[in-house]
Design a binder for this molecule. Structure first.
Ligand SMILES: Cc1cc2nc3c(=O)[nH]c(=O)nc-3n(C[C@H](O)[C@H](O)[C@H](O)COP(=O)(O)OP(=O)(O)OC[C@H]3O[C@@H](n4cnc5c(N)ncnc54)[C@H](O)[C@@H]3O)c2cc1C
Length: 441
């Protein structure tokens, strides 16, 4: 008798789990509440889908925020090169870009979903769109619980029914970008069946900052800045040469997104508040600092020498004109204002104290974070189903036999670069294969 498997969620992890369960001989039904599959995949990589990163399993582990060890087994069984081979063999041509990021040659994220959908159709996976899982039903065993059925609702016809199966894979995603269907349903299923959910907070998300001058720099991208992120006077992340983007509310860009993954858990140990919250308490606000070094290749002495050169070379000019060549145009009025030096002062009138203070500002342009932006802008969810209750090789619950978890619903996340989708592929593969062949650990 073929094993019957229900997969909840038609995102990256769910579709991948469905493909691999079907490849291993199971009869698979995939439930997706949206009108189409892979709604989140469509917006990944700015619509181009950075579907993995061509790095080794060890490098993959380093990209994970927090408990990386959990992913060791899943990455060993299904790594980035397996993902690339899978998609190429299924007819999707791939290319490698900066930082070993992998994209479809077509630059269309939709081609990733189409490839997976084609493969599921070829394997006879029953895809039920507009179908929402409402409840995961378990039955009591002597030692543990066992999955037995799932309550669903056909959203188009408003009909509820109960589907029985041998196993269920929960791949419902997290809470980020809820418009794509990730509304946290999987956490409710997990909690209702006795699992612990760790604190949930938005990660890979921009910051709002207190300083009003930051919004005047909106659109300015600093590509080669030294950036230090401090929390409670301790450095939590440093980029010797990183990229940062000013926005109308604060800062974003690769360095900020990476730091947000670390800060998210530190700032919101009890979970992100449901309504949009600012860290209004001045004591808290002062705890998170971002310090930018505008000239990371120069020491403080070298910066001073450079300033002396510029001021001497333009000694008849106003201060604001004398230092023009040092900064991007948009930054000049702001940094001059912050220095409190009269922009109209002649260059040869600048005192050595003023010059040293200006040099310090160049090396330490500091901002205070007032909050992380919310779920609507977070690339991923930090936190999720507690991985201590999950068997890492099979992604099966230790508490409920026959219940598996895959993808963002788990408490695993990584920095940007294709690593989060690789987590979805690797955990989806592990869950799909194990649910179909039901190996015991
Ligand atoms: C803007 C953006 C850009 C990103 N870019 C990249 C990138 O380039 N590279 C990268 O590696 N990662 C990227 N990510 C992260 C990546 O998209 C996620 O890590 C990944 O999609 C998670 O896959 P998942 O299958 O676990 O969850 P999801 O993709 O969220 O899929 C979950 C699915 O389950 C369905 N569902 C939920 N509840 C139910 C229910 N009760 N019944 C039925 N169906 C249900 C949802 O509708 C949804 O379709 C990006 C994320 C965002 C938001």
């Amino acid at each position: 008798m073929k094993r019957t498997i229900i997969v909840i969620g038609g995102g990256a992890a769910g579709m991948f789990a469905a493909v691999h369960a079907a490849r291993n001989g199971a009869l698979v039904t995939l439930l997706e509440k949206n009108e189409k599959l892979g709604k989140k995949i469509y917006i990944t990589g700015k619509g181009r889908c950075n579907l993995t990163n061509n790095s080794s399993p060890d490098e993959m582990m380093q990209a994970i925020t927090g408990r990386a060890k959990f992913m060791y087994s899943a990455f060993s069984k299904w790594n980035a090169q397996d993902t690339m081979r899978f998609f190429e063999e299924a007819g999707l041509r791939l290319k490698e870009e900066r930082g070993r990021r992998i994209f479809p040659v077509s630059d269309h994220a939709s081609d990733v979903t189409k490839t997976l959908e084609r493969e599921m159709n070829r394997l006879g996976v029953q895809i039920r769109l507009h179908t929402q899982a409402l409840e995961v039903i378990t039955e009591k065993q002597t030692e543990s619980n066992r999955f037995c059925a799932i309550k669903i609702c056909d959203l188009k016809r408003g009909i509820k029914e109960t589907l029985r199966a041998d196993a269920c894979i929960v791949a419902t995603g997290g809470l980020s970008y809820p418009s794509t269907g990730s509304t946290g349903d999987g956490y409710h299923f997990a909690a209702a069946t006795g699992h612990r959910i760790t604190s949930l907070s938005p990660a890979l998300v921009p910051f709002e900052v207190k300083e009003h001058w930051a919004s005047r720099l909106q659109g300015l991208s600093l590509k080669n800045a030294g950036i230090i992120f401090e929390y409670q006077k301790k450095i939590i992340h440093r980029e010797k040469v990183g990229e940062l983007l000013f926005t109308h509310f604060g800062i974003s860009g690769p360095a900020v997104l990476t730091a947000s993954s670390i800060l998210s858990g530190l700032l919101y140990p009890n979970g992100y508040p449901s309504d949009f919250c600012k860290l209004d308490d001045p004591e808290i606000t002062n705890e998170v600092l971002v310090s930018i070094d505008l000239k990371p290749a120069l020491s403080e002495q070298d910066v001073d020498k450079r300033l002396i050169r510029e001021l001497e070379g333009h000694h008849r000019q106003n201060f604001i004109n004398a230092v023009q060549s040092l900064f991007p145009r948009k930054l000049i009025p702001v940094i001059i204002e912050l220095s409190c030096i009269d922009p109209m002062k002649k260059a040869d009138q600048i005192t050595s104290r003023e010059r040293k203070r200006f040099g310090y500002l160049i090396k330490h342009l500091t901002m205070h974070v007032s909050c992380l932006r919310g779920w609507n802008e977070a690339v991923i969810t930090h936190g999720g189903v507690d991985i201590r209750e999950i068997r890492p090789a099979a992604m099966e619950s230790k508490k409920v036999e026959g219940l598996f978890f895959a993808g963002e619903v788990l408490n695993v996340d990584a920095v940007t670069g294709g690593f989060n989708l690789q987590i979805a592929w690797s955990t989806g593969y592990a869950a799909g294969t194990a649910a179909a062949i039901k190996t015991e650990e």
